[in-house]
Design a protein around this ligand. Structure first.
Ligand SMILES: C[S@@+](CC[C@H](N)C(=O)[O-])C[C@H]1O[C@@H](n2cnc3c(N)ncnc32)[C@H](O)[C@@H]1O
Length: 198
C-alpha cells in the first residue's frame, strides 16, 4: 500500500464552497489533480493507493476524507469534475458529523471529523511517514520502507510548528529535487519511484 496525504489548508468543509474554489485563489484544483495522479494510469487504476484529503477551512473542525483504492473506490473519470463530485458527496452526506466521528459514504470513501495532526499521528503508529520538502533528504539517497505514507501540502507552505512534534514521533523529510513542484507532480514522481523499485 502507498498512501498520500494532501493537506488542503484552504479546502472548504462546506460542499457549497467547493466549486468556486476551482481556478480561484484557494485552488482546489490542486487537490483534484493530486487525486487523479495518485490513482489513474493511462489504462488502469491503482488499487494499492490510499489518499487522505484534509480540508482545513472550516467553521468548526477539519474533515479528513479517505479514498481507498483497494476497497472498491469508484472515481467517475480522470477529470476535475469527477473528484469534485466525490468530495461534494462525502461532505453533503456527512452533514452533522461530530468531531472524531467517522462515516462511510460509499465503497472506498469515508470521512472523519478530525484534521492533519491526528491523522498523521495515527498513521505514524504503524507506518513509515515521509514529509515532502525540497530541503529534505534526496528520495534516491534512502531506501523507502514498506507501506510508505507521503505528506504534501497544497499550494500553501506546510506550517512548521505542526511538523516539529511529528518529527519527534518519527516523521522523516524527503526531497524530489530543488525545483518547487505542484503536489500532483510530486505524486507522479513518487509513484514512478515506487513503480520502478518493484
Ligand atoms: C506547490 S508546493 C507548496 C508551495 C508553497 N508556496 C511553499 O512555499 O511550500 C506543494 C507541496 O509539494 C511538495 N513539494 C514541492 N516541490 C517539492 C520538491 N522539490 N521536493 C519535495 N517536495 C516538494 C511539498 O510538500 C510542498 O509543500
Amino acid at each position: 500500500m502507498r498512501t498520500f496525504i494532501i493537506r488542503a489548508r484552504k479546502g472548504p468543509t462546506r460542499f457549497e464552497r467547493l466549486r468556486s474554489n476551482i481556478g480561484a485563489k484557494d485552488h482546489f484544483e490542486v487537490v483534484a489533480h493530486s487525486v487523479i495522479n495518485a490513482f489513474f494510469t493511462s489504462n488502469g487504476f491503482r488499487e494499492d493507493v490510499e489518499m487522505y484529503i484534509i480540508l482545513e477551512s472550516s467553521e468548526d473542525f477539519p474533515r479528513t476524507i479517505k479514498l481507498s483504492g483497494n476497497e472498491g473506490l469508484s472515481i467517475a473519470g480522470f477529470h476535475e469534475e469527477a473528484v469534485l463530485e466525490l468530495v461534494e458527496k462525502a461532505l453533503k452526506e456527512s452533514q452533522g458529523l461530530q468531531k472524531d466521528e467517522t462515516k462511510i459514504i460509499a465503497k472506498g470513501l469515508q470521512i472523519t471529523g478530525f484534521g492533519f495532526e491526528k491523522c498523521v499521528r495515527q498513521l505514524l503508529e504503524t507506518r513509515p511517514v515521509y514529509l515532502l520538502d525540497r530541503k529534505g533528504t534526496d528520495i534516491r539517497a534512502i531506501n523507502l520502507d514498506d507501506d510508505p505514507v507521503f505528506i504534501l501540502s497544497d499550494h500553501l507552505a506546510m506550517p512548521k510548528n505542526s511538523i516539529k512534534g511529528l518529527q519527534r514521533h518519527g516523521l522523516k523529510t524527503i526531497s524530489l529535487g530543488k525545483k518547487m513542484l505542484f503536489a500532483s507532480q510530486c505524486i507522479v514522481l513518487i509513484n514512478h519511484e515506487l513503480d520502478r523499485a518493484v
